[in-house]
Write a protein that binds this ligand. Structure first.
Ligand code: GTP
Length: 399
């Protein structure tokens, strides 16, 4: 390998330009509008300009360009740390970032003005660049575990860049040869350290972009399957899962209960206390139900004040017991409060249909099972509300 940092800088510049064009193209998409992705666009821009200035060091020589090129690169690296913090903590740039930039630039300018040895300048710049990388690695290590998988690339890139930076700082003093310009490194080791540092930072940039992409995809998936008001599954997601559960129940020969829950006289809540109070009641009701379900149960909002619950591996007696306990819990709970401090209570009616593949040879479709549960719910309403009607799906007599 030749000691050619200019070629490395050119390769790095091309990578940054590619990343920059990608980030510019996606600027107006859901991904591009995320704050950390907007910051990443600035990171790429700063890195590309910085790399260009460093690569042109023979043309743009002199103390001014030395300071400017390093300040621009340091700004890019600092913004990368801010973007990481934005993704993991939702916090943007703060006073500490500005202070660190000003201090770094001031010390560098002083070293250049005092014509300090080149090794001192390299040491200072390397430490200045390594510090945000340490912040990135610590942040991802502490707060990124169990979150987006691409964060491991940010951690790895951050550690490489940190190692490269510290290595350069040490090598500038302890290395056998002395260099006096970035473009004419003293040894192959210098080139390697520079490569590890710069491409580590690039890997962290790409990792952060991928992590934002993962987060966006997850949020879109959640929005597509979740009811915004109550946090339950929405109608189509619940319907699809009922289909899966019927199939699983048939395959495993285990019973399955589908429950339709409908709040009683909910219109009166809206009429007396207003729509906002009605919304609060729906949220409170959903919380009461959710707190009493198992992790494997399915809870969805079918629309308005009607909800569904799927209890896998639950027979008729078990389902009736669970649903009646739910009904009782709702009856007892203060599900919401009005702005005037009045406590709101509601009751709920339920229709529970059981599909037991060991006794019923016909496997229902989700629509058939929902229709039966609806029939039972109607019976519960008709019989006076605040009660549960339970039946097997084939054995159910038509009204
Ligand atoms: N606040 C609020 N109200 C809603 C929402 N969706 C539907 N509703 C209201 O829920 C009420 C449902 O009324 P009905 O279908 O007559 O049912 P009910 O009053 O509960 O009567 P029964 O079911 O027969 O006991 C209507 O007033 C709808 O406007 C919502 O998201 N928020």
């Amino acid at each position: 390998m030749t000691k050619d940092i200019a070629t490395l800088l050119l390769a790095l510049l091309l990578c940054q330009l590619l990343l920059l064009s990608h980030l510019t193209i996606v600027r107006d998409t859901v991904l591009g509008r995320r704050p950390e992705v907007r910051l990443l666009l600035l990171v790429s821009l700063a890195m590309a300009v910085g790399d260009l200035l460093l690569a042109l060091r023979t043309q743009l020589s002199g103390p001014f360009w030395l300071v400017i090129s390093n300040v621009v690169v340091a700004g890019g690296v600092r913004l990368l740390a801010v973007a990481t913090r934005q993704l993991l903590r939702g916090q943007g740039a703060d006073r500490g970032d500005l202070q660190s930039m000003l201090l770094g630039a001031a010390v560098l300018s002083l070293l250049v003005l005092l014509s300090a040895p080149y090794a001192w300048i390299v040491t200072w710049v390397s430490l200045w660049l390594a510090q945000p990388m340490l912040c990135i690695a610590l942040l991802v290590w502490r707060q990124g575990r169990g979150r987006e998988r691409a964060l491991s690339m940010v951690l790895l890139g951050g550690l490489f860049a940190l190692g490269g930076g510290l290595g350069r700082a040490l090598e500038a003093h302890l290395g056998p040869e002395r260099a006096d310009s970035l473009l004419q490194p003293a040894s192959v080791l210098t080139t390697w350290l520079f490569l590890v540092m710069t491409f580590g930072a690039l890997a962290a940039q790409i990792g952060l972009l991928m992590a934002s992409f993962e987060r966006t995809a997850l949020q879109l998936e959640q929005m597509a399957t979740t009811d915004g008001l109550t946090g339950c599954l929405n109608r189509s997601a619940a319907h699809a899962l009922v289909g899966h559960e019927i199939e699983r129940s048939r395959r495993d020969s285990r019973p399955l209960a589908l429950v339709l829950l409908d709040l009683d006289h909910f219109k009166q809540v809206n009429d007396r206390h207003g729509h906002a109070a009605g919304d609060a009641v729906l949220r409170g009701f959903a919380q009461v139900v959710r707190s009493r379900l198992r992790h494997s149960d399915i809870f969805g909002r079918m629309g308005g004040e009607e909800f569904c619950v799927v209890l896998p591996a639950t027979d008729r007696a078990g389902a009736h017991e669970v649903v009646d306990a739910l009904r009782h819990a709702v009856e007892r709970a203060a599900v919401a409060q009005t702005e005037r401090g009045e406590t709101l209570r509601v009751t709920v009616s339920a229709g529970t249909v059981i599909f037991d593949p060991t006794v019923e040879r016909l496997t229902p479709s989700p629509d058939q099972l929902f229709a039966r549960a609806d029939m039972l719910l109607y019976r519960a309403k008709h019989a006076g509300r605040n009660q549960v009607q339970t039946s097997g799906w084939v054995s159910l007599n038509p009204l």
